[in-house]
Write a protein that binds this ligand. Structure first.
Ligand SMILES: Nc1nc2c(c(=O)[nH]1)N=C([C@H](O)[C@H](O)COP(=O)(O)OP(=O)(O)OP(=O)(O)O)CN2
Ligand SMILES: [Zn+2]
Length: 137
């Protein structure tokens, strides 16, 4: 089962030869898919693999609250641009915050949050309406 999340995040891609090396923002859309062992017949009462509300709470806490209205840059970017106006709401990653790397950051943030028996199966991170990165177990 899959739940979709939306958040607004700014980033800059250090070392990129184009406008995306400068700070700019995206309205990201994240699709989180989890799976579990298939039951022989049906899921027992209350009939859920995992409550959508519980998945929402976990992803909001582990991912959305950290990325929404945040500027994400790499430590290399920060070293080259030490004069960021404020360190408030700045997340510094060891790698460049491309869609691919943000997806791996999200994978790591979520992997160990899920209850026993529930596995992270796939993630899709849309940076724009027509550009996304996908991770599949
Ligand atoms: N493989 C990747 N390529 C690019 C990434 C990325 O994360 N991974 N990111 C960027 C920029 O940050 C930005 O997202 C521009 O992306 P793009 O899809 O080119 O956005 P546009 O609005 O220009 O899309 P159009 O398809 O041209 O409308 C760049 N590359
Ligand atoms: Zn971008």
């Amino acid at each position: 089962m899959t739940k979709i999340f939306r958040f607004e995040t700014a980033h800059a891609l250090h070392g990129y030869h184009g406008a995306c090396r400068h700070v700019h923002g995206h309205s990201y859309q994240l699709h989180v898919t989890v799976r579990a062992e298939e039951p022989d017949s049906y899921f027992p009462a209350p009939g859920m693999l995992i409550d959508f509300k519980e998945l929402k709470r976990m992803v909001n806490e582990a991912v959305v609250s950290r990325l929404d209205h945040t500027l994400v840059v790499s430590s290399a970017y920060l070293q080259a641009n030490p004069d960021l106006p404020s360190e408030e709401n700045v997340l510094v990653m060891t790698a460049e915050p491309s869609a691919e790397n943000l997806l791996l950051f999200i994978r790591d943030a979520l992997r160990h949050q899920l209850p026993a028996g529930i596995t992270l199966a796939a993630l899709k991170l849309f940076e724009t309406a027509d550009s996304y990165a996908e991770w599949v177990l």
